[in-house]
Design a protein around this ligand. Structure first.
Ligand code: URA
Length: 488
């Protein structure tokens, strides 16, 4: 016997959730049930009613959120697929988040597509003003989403435009916000609202923010797909704005004040004219070569090379990922916020930073410009491999007793393994030239933690890791007493 669950157009996720809970409690396997919207369901048996069942499987909040987001996808199979997945979770046939599982992957990908559609709706809905509703101004908008996102996406507008009345019509559903209450109904007349004077305002606004020097038509199309253009009053101007872009760039150039960017001063300060004959150690000479490195493309954008620093006979070497924004400007490793976290950990152990050789797996700052900011980008495997030559040279010269890898990139560069740091932290592995490598997290990870309790716990663990690493280095030093570091 095959059971059917009728999924309505409004409140679909709620109905699915309640039915799925009931089906699980009744032990009805996914092959015996079909979720649908009426057509073809009449030949099947409706679900037996039973009192509210206790949950048969407990999912984390983020798992529930992900499944419910995927349920807004336009794919007609989504309800059946989601039920099959929670059935398998209950049976422990799959672990939530396991990307090697096809169904899991599909649900994650569909949730992503839905989130993107929601984002587009938030960005591209354009209200036009209509006659007021008593004392409240009233607006209407027409939008065509790809997925069934009206109920999920519109609470955003209720928060934003809470003091107005508005309506967003889509081909399937209409969201109505009246006197602070948001309701939904099926759309009966899918005609876009009429034009009015608000359009002119939008057009002027859009023309003002349009920067012709950043004209990238393909990027505009991917961010604001043409599908939405017809409903956006400001897009009527796009062809004209594109046509006049070159001329406006010339005008901007003529007007532009010549204010140098922040890194121009750092470049001017660079000791780049230091000549090879002034370099004394092999490390210094090699650093001069590394400045001209073209093994990968990162160096082309960075302000300068950030070479390692510290005693060339240091007993311990600490390796990070790559210089950050501040390190790129100062030319010194761990000179910014992550460096402050590292300094504090060393201070706690009573070990001076002056006794450590500090460097990075990658010697240039990789970033993406966003306005005036430079956003850190993790170096890829090819870039880490390309830079490993310099790192190995530093290790060969310093020959520390112990190397500490901070984070996954350093761990990969030093051990060749990209396995999760969480599973390896606090342990010692064998690295380049058979030197022991102690693994721990990157201090920047601590700066990203938002939950204070978690941040404090993880900071303490990081301090413990550094303490352990220093003790281990001292033990190795003791065991090798009498030998020079190069004999080890
Ligand atoms: N993060 C790193 O990995 N290295 C630095 O030098 C600074 C931040």
């Amino acid at each position: 016997m095959k059971y059917s669950v009728e999924i309505p157009k409004i409140g679909a996720v709620d109905v699915w959730r309640k039915s799925a809970r009931q089906l699980l409690a009744l032990g009805i396997a996914p092959e015996l049930v079909h979720f649908g919207t009426g057509t073809g369901l009449f030949a099947m048996t409706p679900l037996p009613t039973q009192p509210k069942a206790p949950p048969a499987v407990t999912l984390s909040k983020s798992a529930v959120q992900l499944i419910e987001t995927a349920l807004c996808h336009a794919d007609p199979e989504r309800f059946d697929r989601a039920y099959a997945l929670i059935w398998r979770l209950k049976e422990r046939q799959v672990r939530f988040g396991d990307r090697s599982d096809r169904a899991m992957r599909k649900i994650m990908a569909q949730a992503k597509e839905v989130r993107r559609d929601i984002h587009k709706m938030h960005a591209f809905v354009r209200f036009r003003e209509g006659p007021p509703n008593g004392t409240r101004r009233a607006f209407a908008a027409w939008f065509e989403p790809t997925h069934n996102i009206v109920e999920t996406a519109t609470p955003f507008f209720a928060k934003r435009f809470g003091d107005m009345d508005w309506m967003i019509k889509t081909p399937e559903l209409t969201a109505l916000f009246r006197d602070g209450v948001l309701t939904f109904e099926e759309t009966t007349d899918p005609a876009p609202p009429p034009d009015d004077a608000t359009e002119e305002l939008w057009c002027r606004y859009y023309a003002a923010i349009f920067n012709p020097a950043r004209l990238m038509v393909s990027a505009m199309q991917s961010e604001m797909p043409q599908k939405y253009w017809k409903n956006l009053p400001e897009t009527l101007q796009i062809p004209q704005l594109i046509r006049s872009a070159a001329e406006r760039v010339d005008q901007m150039k003529a007007l532009a004040p010549s204010q140098p960017p922040a890194f121009a001063r750092a470049i001017a300060r660079q000791p780049s004219c230091k000549m090879a004959h002034q370099a004394t150690s092999a490390l210094e000479k090699t650093m001069l070569d590394a400045r001209r490195c073209t093994r990968c493309s990162i160096g082309g954008r960075a302000t300068q090379l950030v070479w390692g620093e510290g005693p060339t006979d240091a007993k311990i070497m600490i390796v990070g990922e790559q210089p950050g924004d501040q390190e790129d400007l100062s030319g010194r490793p761990f000179n910014g916020p992550a460096g402050a976290v590292l300094d504090m950990a060393l201070e706690k152990v009573g070990f001076s930073r002056d006794r450590v050789y500090i460097t990075n797996a990658v010697k240039h700052f990789k970033f993406k410009p966003r306005g005036k900011r430079r956003i850190h980008q993790r170096p890829n495997t090819g870039e880490v491999d390309a830079c490993r030559w310099w790192l190995e040279f530093e290790i060969q010269q310093v020959r520390p007793f112990l190397i500490v890898a901070l984070g996954a990139t350093a761990a990969r560069a030093l051990t060749g393994s990209g396995d999760q740091i969480a599973d390896r932290r606090g342990q010692v592995e064998t690295g380049f030239a058979a030197l022991p490598v102690f693994l721990t997290i990157h201090p920047a990870y601590l700066l990203r933690l938002r939950n204070p309790a978690e941040a404090s716990l993880q900071t303490q663990r990081f301090h413990e890791d550094i303490t352990l690493a220093i003790s281990y280095m001292q033990l190795l030093e003791f065991e090798n007493r009498g030998k020079t570091q190069t004999q080890i």
